[in-house]
Design a protein around this ligand. Structure first.
Ligand code: XMP
Length: 524
């Protein structure tokens, strides 16, 4: 396994993603862990991440010295390279020019790291690599024992190596996709140089995870808030596999779920898996609390608070429960570890079923803490959950509550559910000829939004005066930025026709063509 020491770069998570893509297990830990921790970790290799800091500032982070004494290969990336250079006796200086974006570097000499890896070659037969740079400082003097293995004009020491100690360092970022051979370089490091085992496979993971849950929990009971979302569903399936009836799932239906969602969750978990599921229909309670409230943040707060209350009432009934299980996944863990900017303004206060307070006095069970989203999906499929459930678009915790603009009414939610289901059905049924994929799979998130304004229409010989629905479909890789999806007109036309014909109360459909930023994905 690989230890990644995090110096606070925005893209450290991507290093872990790439290592896992090589089927090698890895963990990210802060750079200031103790020497003992590093020793006990038993890494086959260590990667030092980038940072936004500068190594020659007084108070900057260094790698624990033991990293360079264990006799295992080390790869420094960006800041990781600079701190490696400085800690081993080289020199780092502030560059006069910042180098940011694409750059071409020339591989030099022979190096294990770049052997047979190149994008092209120059007239002299040297390999050229297209890489992504983002740095101000740079290494200007090599530590003893090192040689230059890549360079360009701006950064003469763009990569360096001490082959005898298996220390490698690159000034660019192999973890981002802009560095075309980045995955190949990281594969080379973890598989060939570190000789880490490529044994990170879901089937084995289930066996191990099941064993671990049994040991942790013993004969105690566990409760879990099931939302119908991917993470809580996969967590429930995994824990159920481990401890069966010691697990009770509480499924709170706030009346703001998608069409048939409640039924599907019950059929899957109570019906097929024979898990204990308490289905709480709290629609009336939520609708009551939301009545007349039109401010988006106020609505979010009410839904979040009600959810916790309803869940707590159920949890207290289960007197023997000692554990609260949550579908926390690795990106959530890293985010709450402080990587999030303290200065960020609140655009929306996110509510998740995971955000339950600790006042319950329960121990936390989080079996998905080590996994990335796509690994959670893979695990879900391996556990026998239906593909459609596991590969569903994300759905916000407050549900349709943030897709009905302004005050929420049950009547609106019912109309919206029908319109949304038609849109999703058309996305699933329309196959793109070029890729052979459905438009549901080609978009990252798609849904309908209810606009509580009326417009005039004509149907048959009559005049209508009904509500408007907006369709939204986006393509994104991280949900931080997004493009509106260029859906085929025919698909939009069919969805619009069907919604207006089949959902009585809606006589107009519009398509949202705003990117994020400046718009957000959800309308509230
Ligand atoms: P925005 O609207 O901020 O959404 O562009 C980004 C992603 O987050 C989802 N979202 C939420 N998810 N609880 C959640 O679990 C929430 O309160 C929440 N609000 C927005 C949204 O659906 C999109 O995928």
């Amino acid at each position: 396994k690989i230890l990644i020491l995090d110096f606070g770069s925005q893209v450290t998570q991507l290093i872990a993603r790439r290592v896992r893509e090589a089927k090698v297990y890895c963990e990210i830990h802060p750079c200031d862990v103790s020497d003992d921790f590093v020793r006990d970790f038993g890494a086959d290799g260590i990667i030092l991440s980038g940072s936004h800091a500068s190594v020659y500032e007084e108070e900057t982070d260094k790698a624990p010295n033991v990293v360079f004494e264990l006799g295992v290969p080390v790869l420094g990336i960006c800041y990781g390279m600079q701190t490696m250079a400085q800690q081993l006796g080289g020199k780092v200086e502030a560059g006069t020019k910042r180098e940011f974006g694409f750059a071409e570097v020339r591989a030099r000499g022979h190096s294990e790291l770049f052997k047979d890896i190149q994008d092209s070659s120059n007239a002299d037969g040297h390999g050229l690599l297209e890489v992504w740079m983002s740095h101000g400082d740079k290494v200007t003097e090599l530590p003893a024992g090192f040689k230059v293995i890549a360079s360009n004009e701006t950064t003469p020491i763009a990569a360096m190596a001490d082959e005898s100690r298996k220390f490698y360092a690159v000034q660019f970022h192999p973890e981002v996709t802009h560095t075309k051979q980045g995955q190949a370089m990281l594969n080379r490091f973890v598989l060939d140089i570190c000789k880490a085992r490529a044994d990170w496979i879901m089937g084995d993971y289930i066996t191990e995870a099941v064993e671990k849950i049994r040991q942790q929990v013993g004969d105690e009971e566990v409760i879990l808030g099931l939302s119908g979302g991917v993470d809580s569903s996969v967590a429930a399936a995994l824990i159920h596999r481990a401890i069966g009836d010691q697990l009770t799932c509480v499924f709170v239906d706030h009346g703001l779920l998608r069409l048939n969602e409640g039924k599907m969750v019950m059929e899957m978990f109570a019906g097929r898996l024979h898990a204990k599921v308490i289905h709480v229909d709290a629609t009336a309670q939520f609708m009551g609390e939301l009545e007349g409230v039109s401010d988006p943040e106020a609505k979010r707060k009410i839904i979040g608070k009600e959810f916790v209350e309803v869940f707590q009432v159920e949890a207290k009934k289960l007197e023997n429960a000692k554990w609260l299980a949550q579908g926390t996944i690795y990106p959530d863990v890293i985010e709450s570890g402080g990587a999030k900017s303290k200065k960020a303004v609140t655009i929306k206060s996110h509510h998740n079923v995971g955000g339950l307070p600790e006042t319950l006095g329960l121990k936390l069970l989080e079996p998905l803490r080590d996994l990335f989203k796509d690994e959670v999906r893979e695990l879900g499929v391996a556990l026998g959950l239906p593909h459609d459930m596991v590969y569903r678009h994300p759905f916000p915790g407050p549900g349709l509550g943030v897709r009905i603009l302004g005050a929420v009414k049950k009547e609106y939610a019912d109309l919206l559910r029908l319109a949304d289901a038609i849109f999703i059905e058309e996305l699933r049924n329309t196959i793109d000829e070029k890729t052979g994929k459905s438009w549901y799979d080609l978009t990252s998130q798609a849904f309908a939004v209810f606009l509580p304004v009326k417009s005039v229409g004509v149907m048959g010989d009559g005049r209508t005066y009904d509500y408007v629905v907006a369709l939204r479909a986006v393509v994104t890789s991280d949900f931080m930025t997004a493009h509106w999806a260029e859906l085929p007109y025919a698909l939009l036309g069919k969805a619009s026709n069907r919604i207006i014909n089949e959902v009585r109360g809606i006589n107009r459909v519009v398509y949202d063509v705003s990117g994020k930023p400046p718009a957000t994905i959800e309308w509230e």
